[in-house]
Design a protein around this ligand. Structure first.
Ligand code: SAH
Ligand code: SF4
Ligand code: F3S
Length: 474
């Protein structure tokens, strides 16, 4: 796995060479003959980075004449955008690939492509090529722009197409993107990660951290705003270290003030904040920028200083609690959410109780909880004292017993209050949206409200969502 540095390529990805034009013409012919466009179906696993990459894949496919379908059985092209953060993420992909094997047997013309983080790892790539030999196309996280050429190779040259080129070196970012939602968008601000937390595979598969130029980010968000987008989520593995490797240094706080000025954008979110780099300036920016949502996702991972140090997280429990105190003091109604790993190698019962203690002290609004999963190639995989599965599960259950009542209580504090909610979708006669604090709200209302921010009074709450009633337009 590579530790090399990364360059960002900002020129537009060209889709006008002879071969791609030939491919587009063929797809038009297909449309004329069959009365429908060729269809693709993407299965996206993993985090918002992958979700955003899938929007880029959609954009590329649309520009060569494909149309999306939600039905994987009838699709002409099925794409797996994969994740390998934990073993079960990989197992899900392998399971689904097994299912697609049968479909491919029935319909040999169906193309199957696999991309994403799993394909950045040579051993996994080889496993896919061997075990799932029906897969036609494989590409990496930084070769999305090559997809039309890879399809050309399979369709016209009739040969299997693989494009990885240990490509954590150059990232092409200006390709057509097709947003999943009109009113909200994901925006990369950094790529890759330099932190090498000892359990984590991301730095190996996504390469070194590289920040985008502020101008590029601002221009992209201005264009999104002009296109009707109201909410942006700024993406990076550690947004707090944004700008440190730019020639003209810019901090994440400074970037937030600039984005806050963009007309039409009403909400700014960001993921993920690493506690080691959360500065006082950033806390001030969260407080002062009216569009920045008062919600920080601040992964703690563990409560014990010994475990934090062996995870290479570079902060202590005391530092973390101090940050939480500062955040709550600056913004009293701030929502704090987190990620927690249970059963890191060498975790003792006392270490685990430190995790329980920090959960109680912080009073999280929500948390993602994970069982530690051994990832080959990482430092932690080599550590002795791996925690037995049954102990991990026991601790995991104990953690949820403490966490869920806290989350429910935080939600209960919302009952009777009115919150602006950005409406995202509708199902039956129920609308769904999120509050500034990232709480999911269901309420009755017209589909015409999708994409609007409306006031909703909270009437009832559960652990994972709230129910409410429409009060007024904002
Ligand atoms: N860059 C983000 C996290 C990205 S991965 C950050 O540093 O916070 C999302 C979460 O997956 C991590 O926060 C961690 O809690 C979890 N995770 C990563 N590797 C894991 C592993 N090997 N086993 C279990 N959980 C893991
Ligand atoms: Fe993984 Fe740590 Fe980087 Fe997050 S900061 S992506 S957990 S190495
Ligand atoms: Fe994300 Fe999974 Fe890759 S969490 S960066 S999709 S390994």
């Amino acid at each position: 796995m590579s530790k090399r540095k990364t360059d960002i390529i900002t020129e537009d990805v060209r889709l006008d060479n002879d071969k791609i034009i030939e491919l587009k013409n063929n797809n038009e012919q297909f449309f004329i003959i069959n009365g429908r466009r060729k269809t693709y179906h993407i299965l996206t696993y993993g985090c918002q980075m992958n979700e955003h990459d899938s929007e880029k894949i959609s954009g590329m496919l649309t520009s060569i004449g494909y149309e999306e379908t939600t039905d994987d059985k009838s699709a002409d092209l099925v794409i797996f955008n994969t994740c390998l953060i934990r073993e079960n993420a990989e197992l899900r992909v392998f399971g689904k690939l097994g299912e697609v094997k049968g479909l491919k047997r029935k319909n040999p013309d169906m193309l199957v492509a696999v991309c994403g983080c799993m394909m950045q790892r040579q051993e996994t790539r080889e496993k896919v090529l061997k075990k799932f030999s029906f897969v036609d196309i494989i590409f990496g996280t930084n070769t999305i722009h090559e997809l039309p050429m890879l399809i050309y190779n399979v369709e016209i040259n009739k040969r299997k197409s693989v494009e990885i080129v240990d490509n954590t070196e150059s990232i092409y970012e200006n390709m057509p993107k097709q947003r999943k939602f009109k009113h909200k968008a994901l925006v990369n601000i950094t790529y890759g990660c330099n932190n090498f937390c000892t359990y984590c595979v991301v730095p190996y598969v996504r390469g070194r951290e590289k920040s985008r130029e502020p101008n590029e980010i601002i221009q992209e968000i201005k264009a999104l705003s002009e296109d009707g987008c109201k909410e942006v989520t700024l993406l990076g593995q550690n947004v707090n270290s944004y700008g440190s490797n730019l020639e003209k240094k810019v901090t994440f706080a400074e970037l937030l003030y600039e984005i806050n000025k963009i007309e039409g954008i009403e909400r700014i979110r960001f993921m993920t904040s690493h506690p080691k780099d959360l500065t006082d300036d950033l806390i001030k920016a969260i407080k002062e920028c009216d569009k920045v949502c008062k919600h920080v996702h601040l992964p703690v991972q563990a409560g014990s200083n010994n475990i934090l140090s062996r995870m290479n997280r570079k902060y202590t429990k005391e530092h973390y609690l101090n940050l939480v105190e500062k955040l709550k003091k600056a913004v009293p109604d701030i929502a704090i959410t987190t990620d927690i790993i249970v059963g890191f190698p060498g975790e003792t019962e006392e270490d685990f109780l430190e995790t329980i203690d920090i959960v109680k002290k912080v009073q999280y609004d929500s948390a993602f909880t994970f069982l530690y999963s051994v990832r080959e190639g990482t430092e932690a995989a080599k550590m002795e004292n791996q925690v037995p599965d049954e102990v991990k599960h026991e601790r995991f259950d104990k953690l949820l017993d403490v966490l869920y009542p806290i989350v429910l209580e935080r939600n209960q504090q919302c009952i009777g209050k009115v919150f602006p909610v950005l409406v995202e979708s509708a199902e039956n006669d129920k609308l769904t949206g999120r509050t500034e604090h990232f709480r999911l709200v269901h309420f009755k209302g017209s589909n015409a409200l999708i994409g609007e921010i409306v006031n909703v009074r909270i009437t009832n709450v559960k652990t994972f969502h709230m129910e409410g009633e429409f009060v007024s337009l904002l």
